[in-house]
Design a protein around this ligand. Sequence first.
Ligand SMILES: NC(=O)C1=CN([C@@H]2O[C@H](COP(=O)(O)OP(=O)(O)OC[C@H]3O[C@@H](n4cnc5c(N)ncnc54)[C@H](OP(=O)(O)O)[C@@H]3O)[C@@H](O)[C@H]2O)C=CC1
Ligand SMILES: O=C(O)C(=O)CO
Length: 329
Amino acid sequence: MKILIIGNEDRYRKYMPDLEIIRQITMVFCPRGASDEELLAAARDADAISIDPIARLSGNVIRQMPKLKIIQSEGVGFNGIDCQTAKEKGIFVCNCKGANAGAVAEQAILLMLALLRSIITGDRLEREGRQMEVKERLMYEGIAELGDCKIGLIGFGDIAKAAAKRLLPFECEILYYDKNRAPQELEEEYHVSYMELDKMISTCDIISLHCPVTPETVGMVNAEFLSNMKTTAYLINTARGDIVDNQALYDAIVMGKIRGAGLDTVYPEPTTKDNILLNLPEECKERIIFSPHIGGITTSFFRRAHLFNWSNVETALNGKRPQHIVNGL
Ligand SMILES: NC(=O)C1=CN([C@@H]2O[C@H](COP(=O)(O)OP(=O)(O)OC[C@H]3O[C@@H](n4cnc5c(N)ncnc54)[C@H](OP(=O)(O)O)[C@@H]3O)[C@@H](O)[C@H]2O)C=CC1
Ligand SMILES: O=C(O)C(=O)CO
């Protein structure tokens, strides 16, 4: 049997669990940006694919792999995979649901705190020996505590729940919007209140995105969305860059429609120097702070995810139904 692994080989090998299936299967590696032709030349006869959650896998490739039974995302996202073609061919697409929820929640909270305290600017000015300017700037703008903030979570799945759990001790008010309202017991368990999207956008001090990219959410954070936010509010995106309209966010920052943004995910990936969000005017460039899509990739996540992924692949290759199927099969 053969598995095609699309992603970073060194990282993959580093977290390889000690399982019998690994000794029985041939592994073929291709990098994230490999073309359809390269993937097919390497592993047209593969039985399984394990794929980095931000890599792409086209229907063209899926259709030409006659033995393929399972496509396993190495993370939560699967938006780069043609799930519909996989479904038509009876191939499972699975993710490792929840495996990096705590990690991404921590990253979102880190970005919130870093923005509230202007940590990037503070670090720069301190290193330049301009301590007074840091204090003056922060005194002028005011430093909010998380506990003073109303935080709006868009999407109330695993990551948003992990964020709500971690935000509770900060004593902030936590609101959420999801296309399906959660049962009352869950709202009580996580101390969150449901709010319609439009109201939440104009009410919250921090809006944090935790929904997937779908036709409904692509470009959801557009000029209208941003101009309805408070001028003192922050946007956090640890979900996917495609949910935010880059030009609209650029304009909102420059025109002072929102105070800032913390982005772990930026469209397109990988980020290039000419991305408009990296080219804000000097006076407001630190109003956006970035992390390079590292929210989910902690050591514990890799250990957990790889263990789960391999056993899920083994289940499918043994003709059984794997867990966390995301393409409706
Ligand atoms: N920065 C990083 O490293 C990482 C980023 N991610 C990103 O975060 C996203 C969320 O992850 P996770 O919480 O684990 O996923 P979940 O599937 O657990 O949660 C997503 C939630 O969003 C809801 N949702 C779907 N569409 C909409 C919509 N239009 N408006 C509001 N809510 C919506 C879903 O509802 P329903 O279930 O009914 O569809 C679900 O409740 C992932 O899709 C991925 O893109 C994930 C991991 C790591
Ligand atoms: O799990 C995911 O979807 C990720 O983005 C991790 O990098």
